[in-house]
Design a binder for this molecule. Structure first.
Ligand code: AHR
Length: 330
């Protein structure tokens, strides 16, 4: 009799647990990889926002920088019949087919960070990402306006652009912004343009080879902070002083870049926020309540941080990094 009673209790518990988990909102996230401090902050932020939300469950997949891994993950999410898919693509092309499959499975798709170039042709419920073209413009404008401010606006300057992962919208957009803005500063002469793949190691290697092959480099524009930090190591190893012999402008505004600016080894970082949890959570909550959104792309507000602050870039004025370093979240 006791055995039967225990069996009944156990069965009731199993049913209770599966009923509870059946109600969980399952959010699957196809992440690009772990190439940079930015990416780590982005993963951590979304992971904690979703996992700490009552009744929500995260299914996470790290694509390890490979498009085929991300395509496979998206198809797995469809098979698992998850409730929402969060997606950022390592490159911008080649997603049409798999994202149409997501649409056909009627799984609401939230695009974050790097948006696919087929975004106009597919359905998505919300999109949040950096304005990469504007970030690229700000990088060049900062260098140009800074040099004007120290009385070197008329001096010819050799500039190199270290690009991110080739074909990523963060690379194509920032390059577009970099090159358009260069036209505004005729004293900048572009003497090097190469990918450092958004990683510290490749940033260091590219800078090492530039330092050997280019006679004089005055300004480095690195399309993310990790590459700028790798380049700083290469510049020091070559016996030069980063931030002084070579002006260094990064992008992302990660903690390590703030530290480098405060230490005088880097000059500026243009912000690209990885903190999308604050956008994704209220959006999914609203979708769960039955609200719907227009198909628009939301760009978060972003700043520019440097050694002294006060450089006017039109859309934004730079802020002194040392004044805000304590409040930075990534
Ligand atoms: O897509 C955002 C970019 O990807 C960040 O600038 C870079 O650090 C990351 O790897």
């Amino acid at each position: 009799m006791k055995k039967v009673f225990l069996l009944v209790v156990a069965l009731v518990m199993v049913f209770a647990v599966s009923a509870a988990s059946a109600k969980d909102v399952v959010i699957a996230f196809s992440q690009i990889g772990q190439e940079s401090d930015w990416r780590t902050a982005n993963t951590d932020d979304l992971r904690s926002a979703i996992e700490n939300h009552p009744g929500w469950k995260l299914v996470y997949d790290d694509g390890q920088q490979k498009q085929e891994n991300q395509i496979k993950a998206l198809r797995n999410f469809i098979t698992q019949d998850v409730d929402y898919i969060l997606f950022t693509g390592v490159v911008s092309t080649g997603w049409d087919e798999v994202l149409k499959e997501v649409n056909e499975a009627e799984i609401p798709l939230l695009l974050i960070d790097r948006l696919p170039d087929c975004a106009d042709k597919i359905d998505y419920v919300a999109a949040f990402g950096g304005d990469f073209v504007e970030e690229g413009r700000r990088q060049i404008a900062w260098a140009g306006e800074y040099l004007k401010g120290i009385g070197k606006g008329d001096v010819d300057m050799n500039i190199v652009i270290m690009e991110g992962t080739t074909g990523a919208s963060a690379q194509t957009g920032r390059t577009e912004g970099n090159l358009k803005a260069l036209a505004e500063y005729p004293h900048f002469k572009l003497v090097g343009q190469q990918s450092g793949n958004f990683t510290r190691a490749e940033g260091q290697a590219v800078m090492e080879s530039w330092l050997k092959s280019i006679d004089k480099i005055d300004v480095l524009i690195a399309q993310n902070d990790d590459m700028a930090l790798g380049a700083i190591d290469a510049i020091k190893a070559a016996g030069k002083v980063p931030g002084k012999d070579i002006i260094i402008v990064g992008c992302d505004s990660v903690k390590a870049a703030f530290d480098a600016i405060v230490a005088g080894e880097m000059n500026c970082t243009v912000e690209c926020t990885p903190l999308y949890g604050a956008f994704v959570v209220p959006t999914i909550e609203a979708l769960e309540r039955g609200e719907r959104f227009d198909k628009t792309v939301v760009h978060p507000e972003e700043g520019v941080f440097d050694m002294d602050g006060g450089i006017d870039l039109g859309s934004v004025k730079s802020v002194k990094a040392a004044d805000v370093i304590a409040s930075r979240r990534y």
